[in-house]
Design a protein around this ligand. Sequence first.
Ligand SMILES: *[C@@H]1O[C@H](CO)[C@@H](O)[C@H](O)[C@H]1NC(C)=O
Ligand SMILES: *[C@@H]1O[C@H](CO)[C@@H](O)[C@H](O)[C@H]1NC(C)=O
Ligand SMILES: *[C@@H]1O[C@H](CO)[C@@H](O)[C@H](O)[C@H]1NC(C)=O
Ligand SMILES: *[C@@H]1O[C@H](CO)[C@@H](O)[C@H](O)[C@H]1NC(C)=O
Length: 477
Amino acid sequence: MYNVVQLFFRFCLCLLAELHLYEAILQRPNIMISARYATYLTGESVFLECQTTADFTIHGYKFFKNNVEVGGGMEASTMNKYRIRTAKRSDAGSYTCLYWVSDARGRQESEVSLPESVSIIDQPSTPSLSVKPQQSLYFEGETVTLECEHPIVNSQISYQFYKDTTKLHSYLDTRKSEYHISSLSTKDSGAYDCEYSVLGHQRTIPSGKSGKQSIAVTALSTSPLMKFLPSYITFITGENLTMECEAPTPVDVTIYRFYKEGEELKGPSSHKGIYKLQNVTKEDQSEYTCMYWSPKSKREIPSTQSAIRELYIIDPLHPPLFLVDPPSGRIRDGGNVTLYCAAPEEYERTKFHFLNATDEIISVSPYKHQKTAAVTINMRKSNSTSATNYFCQYTAEIKGRLLLSPKSPQIEIIVIAAGSFLWLIAIGVSAGIVVLLILLSLIYWVLLAKKDKKKDTEEAKPIRNSRACLAIQSAVS
Ligand SMILES: *[C@@H]1O[C@H](CO)[C@@H](O)[C@H](O)[C@H]1NC(C)=O
Ligand SMILES: *[C@@H]1O[C@H](CO)[C@@H](O)[C@H](O)[C@H]1NC(C)=O
Ligand SMILES: *[C@@H]1O[C@H](CO)[C@@H](O)[C@H](O)[C@H]1NC(C)=O
Ligand SMILES: *[C@@H]1O[C@H](CO)[C@@H](O)[C@H](O)[C@H]1NC(C)=O
């Protein structure tokens, strides 16, 4: 009996050993996914492969999804590959496989592989591109924002924008769904679309491109011409001036605008291209520009700015200083007189004019930045018979405008005839002689009187004394 038990025990040991042997031989296989990633999109094909290093004939394979056998079918089971032709969300799961061999003892299965999980996500929905603001036509310098819109995706996303099918690299943060163009130029005209990619699944999943949005950018209209009327740029305080803005070609202008150092000026007819400045002051000295707007494709397209017009405001000119040499203004016939004219300030160009009551005698243009001028004139009695008033004025060129100063104070110049001059001397000399004679006769008379007095005091003393006494007495009484 003991032997039988021992025999049975040995048989069992033997069986266990053989089974163990088999188990040792039928090593656990590996399940492999053909791609490097484990996330598939619905509709894609998934390939799974059961790999083993065994060098004996394997008779079949089994694939499991979430521990439930899949695939089945004799054909599939002899292959070490399992294929999901068009993945559905329901195909997601944890996949395993095993292989089996068949011998005299029947079918022997290997251990189940370690699981590989496969996830299936929906194809990202195609985005749509929106353009804000939406315009039929844009003009240079405008701002536009393109946005790649799509339903929320619970993954990291990167965006790509395309212009005429070329990828744009000018936006920096690809995580932002917005592409901002802050100042459009005509080069930005084109057809735009966008795409996004879902990241974070060991693969990049593109969404497919949105529909195209076209952007048309037009250049600004040609700059207008800005004019001052009167046409100079220097004005005197208190003067009036009109500014005119002119579109270069006969375009349809909707509105004109004037600017003083960038600030818009509003006047009663400024929208018509006319702006009036009355009674100008120093505060009006500034830089002026203008612009116009014209309609195009249901939009108002601005022009580029006109060239800058500078306006200078000056105080009225002061009268010059006028001097003559000799200062008395009395000139002998044929003598020289020097006239001096001095402007109070230096100007780019100054021209001095010397005038008398009726004519301009001479004008002098000294060198640049000279404030004074002098002329010497040979005076003749024939020119003027009596006293004549002379004065001077100057013309100053200030930023292209010629201005005439007020008149200087007048100085009287008298030309004395050479003959009468001698005659005067003769009179002077004879008058001197007469005065001398009178003086001499006076002295003589005084001396004579003194001599007489001496005689009188000696002869008429008592009488004079009595007369004095009488005078004293009458004064007392
Ligand atoms: C400027 O215009 C006003 C109003 O039209 C007028 O009264 C004034 O005389 C003008 N001034 C000058 C300097 O022309
Ligand atoms: C012109 O401006 C000056 C100074 O601002 C002022 O005194 C004068 O009354 C103004 N004249 C006219 C016509 O407006
Ligand atoms: C007047 O000036 C001229 C030229 O400067 C000179 O030739 C002439 O002699 C001067 N006459 C007198 C009287 O000084
Ligand atoms: C005076 O008259 C003469 C000719 O009559 C002329 O040459 C000269 O320039 C005149 N002088 C003045 C100061 O008017």
